[in-house]
Design a protein around this ligand. Structure first.
Ligand code: 1HE
Length: 266
């Protein structure tokens, strides 16, 4: 099933397309002629997609149509005339990217070409990133005379550290796919044209986990990372105790003890 989420573009074409492949939701950024620059219609279309995922879906794969994942914020829309409008716009991005990170299913981002500015913010709100060799990363906000507003200052340092993010903004440094893989922007690096295959393979693996484990990885782990150690350890204990008492986890442990489950690496 393939559905277009119309962002009400003036030319009538949708900004985001979705397709259901079994338990996986394929989400495609669809403004290739603008390098998937994210206008308000697209960010709101993403909000709609990630707010309305049906229970049969267990994982999503997010990717871009055309030569690039995303050129970031649509600069032609940088039209806020006052501080309050700027605040509302930034907070809208925060709301939507929180919906991606703290939604109902894990999201695998498949990156290629430009993954810059708001494109990198979107990618860093996803749970796993697969980068094709053509991927490159930048935060051109520094050179454009603005500051990141779509959560990069919170999410990007968690992947690569504050110093590297500051360097990207101070100097306009472009990080290659290989460098990005080494410093933690992407978890997987694959040849050009192989990203979707890898993304779907990973999404299928993730779909095989218990919902409770995936929930804890999406909703508890980031809060543990943000919390003070004492509270973090308590959160970990709670997540461990809750997840191991589910019938599904007991069945999986039982299977392993009877030699019926796969060994590590199989
Ligand atoms: C755009 C945008 C955009 C392309 N907003 N229209 N992001 C940036 O500063 C990145 C700006 N874009 C680029 O550096 C390049 O376009 C790319 C390296 C991404 C791709 O280059 P290329 O040669 O494949 O494409 P192009 O010819 O530069 O662009 C094709 C068209 O897309 C062209 O429009 P056209 O009408 O002349 O065909 C471009 O103007 C248009 N286009 N990128 C608007 N970003 C929540 S805060 C986040 C803040 C930010 O993200 S700031 C970073 C913005």
């Amino acid at each position: 099933m393939s559905i277009s989420i119309s962002g009400n573009e003036t030319n009538g074409s949708p900004t985001v397309n979705i397709e259901v492949q079994g338990e996986i939701l394929m989400v495609r950024l669809s403004r290739p002629e603008k390098r998937n620059a994210v206008n308000d219609e697209m960010i709101l279309a993403l909000e709609s997609v990630f707010s309305n995922i049906t229970p049969s879906i267990k994982c999503a794969v997010l990717y871009g149509e055309g030569k690039h994942f995303s050129a970031g914020l649509d600069l032609s829309e940088l039209k806020e005339t006052d501080v309050l409008e700027g605040l509302h716009h930034s907070r809208m991005w925060h709301r939507v990217l929180d919906k991606v990170q703290f939604g109902t299913v894990p999201v695998v981002a498949v990156l290629h070409g430009a993954c810059v500015g708001g494109g990198l913010e979107l990618a860093s709100a996803c749970h796993i990133r697969v980068a094709e060799a053509s991927s490159f990363y930048a935060l051109p906000e520094g050179q454009r005379g603005i500051f990141v507003g779509g959560s990069a200052s919170v999410r990007v340092p968690k992947l690569i550290g504050m110093g590297r993010m500051a360097d990207m903004m101070f100097t306009g440094r472009v990080i290659t796919a290989q460098e990005g893989s080494a410093i933690g922007i992407s978890e997987y690096l694959v040849p050009d044209g192989k990203g979707l295959e890898k993304g779907i393979e990973l999404a299928k693996k993730i779909s095989g986990n218990t919902r409770m484990t995936n929930y804890a990885l999406m909703h508890v782990l980031p809060r543990i990372v943000d919390a003070a150690q004492d509270q973090a350890l308590m959160l970990e204990s709670l997540a461990a105790a809750i997840s191991q008492t589910s019938a599904e986890s007991k069945a999986r442990l039982d299977d392993f003890l009877k030699g019926k489950a796969k060994k590590v690496g199989e």
